[in-house]
Design a protein around this ligand. Structure first.
Ligand code: NAD
Ligand code: WQD
Length: 335
């Protein structure tokens, strides 16, 4: 298939492009390079042997985006482009709604105009909010989101579902990612955080590389194995492979499916820290702090639907995730 990948030079997008190319698909990337760089394209080529066609285009620029549709006959779209920082979304909600909602609507309108029927959308476990029991199941539906970022994911899910109802030829898979971490085993692509990382593993990586003094562990009084928060971490390469299966599923079916992508297993903050210590071969300093506002105690996926519909099961364990994150971080320091 010829697949448009919006946000394809970003963290999850770049890994997905590699897996799509390796599965025999043709990839065209649209990205405005807000949170990524052109250099990623060469890295994708080094890993996969193919340099993807690239448009430096903002999805908010509808004319520019239309040019991409006019010049290419796409079979499908994987839509990653968007802003993703939870805290920032609370401070500048309109910017988030503009980029993640208005940008997405431009894309969906062009898909309709150019009759591109198959879509995979990057949703998030954040749409479950704090309303349900773990493991989170797709049939729970949408919970109460706690920040504008999460609300943009929820709104996109609602928009796509309504759109597909009106257009029975459409086929969309809404992937609710849990906590993607790690990097490609080559160490060539991975997550490069912008400023001080909010997410756990990028922060640990910066402590290990000496950019931060210690990890701040947000609370150790939750009802969990050691009191620290529990999450379902998934290797970004597993997540990328899930996209290949999802877009192939979309092309073979009609309608809308919501599918969790996680491992189904939760790890506490200290368990992740210890796995990272194993990967880097030394201890990592940390301090226990107050709980972070908005955090929930435990979050992990029910993965049965992904297995049943997509035949997807994550392969990599937490140790491999930390090993690959560490390998990528070391390579970055050398660059
Ligand atoms: P990322 O920031 O690395 O990638 C997003 C890419 O989109 C970047 O390359 C950025 O430059 C581009 N982009 C942003 N706005 C754009 C615009 N208006 N026009 C064109 N390009 C634009 O983020 P990521 O971690 O790879 O996340 C990809 C998607 O997955 C996002 O939609 C994110 O919300 C979602 N998601 C991420 C996580 C996570 O923990 N990383 C979890 C759940 C869902
Ligand atoms: C994981 C655990 C923290 C940092 C966020 C978004 C979610 C999704 C993924 C996009 C928690 C603890 C963290 C630190 C810590 N993104 N922690 N010290 O909060 O599960 O999810 O990213 O869709 O929407 O909310 O991920 O990595 O921030 O936190 O102790 O410096 O690590 O309290 O228990 P989270 P995270």
């Amino acid at each position: 298939m010829k697949i448009l990948v919006t946000g394809g030079t970003g963290y999850i997008g770049s890994h997905t492009c590699v897996e799509l190319i390796e599965a025999g698909h043709e990839v065209v990337i649209v990205d405005n390079l807000y949170n990524s760089s052109k250099g990623v394209l060469q890295k994708i080529e080094t890993i996969s042997g193919v340099l993807p066609k690239f448009y430096e285009t903002d999805i908010l620029d509808k004319e520019g985006l239309e040019k991409v549709f006019a010049e290419n006959k796409f079979d499908a779209v994987i839509h990653f482009a968007g802003y993703k920082a939870v805290g920032e979304s609370v401070a500048i909600p309109l910017t988030y709604y503009e980029n993640n909602i208005a940008g997405s609507i431009n894309l969906y309108q062009l898909m309709k105009k150019y009759e591109v029927r198959n879509l995979v959308f990057s949703s998030s476990a954040t749409v479950y909010g704090d309303d349900f029991e773990v493991p989170f199941k797709e049939e729970y539906g949408l919970g109460t989101t706690t920040n504008p970022y999460g609300t943009t994911k929820k709104m996109n899910e609602m928009i796509i579902t309504d759109m597909d109802k009106a257009e029975p030829e459409n086929s969309s898979v809404l992937l609710r990612y849990f906590n993607p971490i790690g990097a490609h085993s080559s160490g060539l692509i991975g997550e490069i955080p912008n400023g001080i990382p909010n997410n756990l593993v990028p922060y640990i990586a910066q402590v290990v590389s000496g950019q931060r003094d210690y990890l701040r562990v947000w609370g150790n009084d939750y009802d969990t194995v050691d009191g620290t928060g529990v999450r379902d971490y998934i290797h970004v390469v597993d997540l990328a492979k899930a996209h290949v299966k999802a877009i192939e599923y979309a092309a073979a079916h009609k309608g809308t499916e919501v599918i969790n992508i996680g491992t189904g297993k939760g790890y506490s903050v200290l368990e992740v820290l210890h796995a990272y210590e194993k990967a880097c071969g030394h201890s990592i300093p940390y301090k226990i702090m107050e709980r972070r506002p908005g955090d929930i105690a435990v979050c992990y996926a029910d993965t049965k639907k992904a297995e049943k519909l997509l035949g997807f099961k994550a392969q990599y364990d937490i140790e491999q995730m930390c090993k690959d994150s560490y390998n990528f971080t070391k390579k970055l320091e050398i660059e």
